[in-house]
Write a protein that binds this ligand. Structure first.
Ligand code: TRP
Length: 341
């Protein structure tokens, strides 16, 4: 049995690829949980710029712009820099170092058969897959391990990665010495958001998102343009909420009202216009405080840099400490803490 490593406060970590500003899909997936739980745990929020490179290595110039944008999204969504450590993945090189160590005992097959990797790679053959992309679940293991996080709020698509993380951590602890605690996923209670076009995934690359920073007018426009049940031509035609993106948003953001909406739609007693209006009203109410916080932080742009620097410094300290233990456990602590002078 591996010994459980005690903490005064358990540590929570999750992150986002730095590929573009955040949208309601991110919020429903894990961001709302991070905000909700940030005072209960010692919270780290990671800007996954290295992971973004696995798919965007040919346009690295976009990453620094998105770093600021996403940090603002976090702060607007309610991530409190006094409660949470926001940091930049590439500035903690120990994460990459740890990835090399974990990669020694992960098989290519387990990565290739990972269902999320499969879906994201469009079932491309091994001959067309990049090493870094195939291996990003290993890098994600290091994101979690370097700070010994045990609580990982994620969307359901990340579960295979977390399973691998647990496996690799267990294996490391067995092979060398118990250094890492086993993490648990906290899965969002909100359903995965479909896109405004009805596509199964809300995603920037599909152009079907509702961004967290949208104005009232943009929100109204996005909702007005969103597809609904195509079988409903007249407003009293019976609807099929199970295939309607608008209904899925009711379920995610107005769960108390969702049963009523479902029934009214199925009976044809509420039309799409009215149904969309109800959704707009509540979503707008949810986004309003985010707009206020965004405006406040936008006025204090120096603060954003300070928040990132302070957070990254803390992550670097944790990483140095953990990697010291890792090297010692693996017998790689030559000389005096690897100092040659
Ligand atoms: N892959 C995650 C996503 O796309 C982002 C991420 C990177 C992450 N490292 C992580 C999530 C570590 C949880 C823990 O959403």
């Amino acid at each position: 049995m591996n010994q459980i490593i005690p903490f005064s406060k358990e540590r929570m970590l999750s992150g986002d690829r730095v590929t573009g500003k955040l949208h309601l899909g991110h919020y429903a997936g894990s961001l709302h949980n991070r905000v909700k739980l940030q005072s209960r745990y010692d919270t780290l929020v990671m800007l996954a710029d290295v992971q973004a490179l696995t798919t965007h290595f040919d346009h690295p110039e976009n990453i620094s712009r998105h770093l600021r944008e996403i940090t603002l999204d976090y702060l607007a969504a309610g991530v409190d820099p006094n409660e949470s450590t926001i940091f930049i993945q590439s500035m903690v090189p120990e994460i990459a170092e740890l990835t090399v160590f974990f990669s020694m005992f992960v098989t290519v097959n387990s990565l290739r058969h990972n269902p999320t990797i499969k879906a994201e790679s469009g079932n491309r053959s091994l001959g067309e897959l990049y090493y870094g992309f195939l291996g990003y679940p290993v890098s994600q293991t290091s994101d979690i391990a370097f700070c010994k996080a045990t609580v990982i709020p994620v969307g359901e698509d990340q579960l295979p990665h977390l399973e691998l993380t647990r496996k690799l951590i267990r294996r490391f602890n067995e092979l060398y010495r118990p250094v890492f605690p086993e993490p648990q996923a906290i899965i969002s209670e909100m359903p995965r958001l479909v896109g405004t076009d009805g596509n199964a995934k809300m995603s920037k690359s599909l152009g079907n998102t509702i961004p967290l920073d949208c104005t009232e007018e943009e929100l109204a426009f996005k909702i007005r343009k969103a597809v609904t049940d195509p079988a409903r031509v007249h407003k009293d035609d019976p609807g099929h909420p199970e295939i309607c993106p608008i209904f899925s948003y009711h379920q995610a953001f107005r769960s108390q009202e969702a049963d009523k909406i479902q029934e009214a739609c199925q009976m044809g007693s509420i039309g799409c216009t009215m149904c969309k209006r109800c959704l707009f009203k509540d979503l707008n109410l949810m986004l309003e405080p985010m707009r206020e916080r965004r405006a406040m932080y936008t006025r204090r742009s120096d603060d954003i840099e300070d928040i990132l620097k302070t957070g990254t410094r803390r992550a670097q300290e944790l990483a140095k400490e953990t990697l010291g233990e890792v090297r010692e456990a693996m017998g790689l602590d030559y000389f005096n803490h690897n100092q040659v002078n």
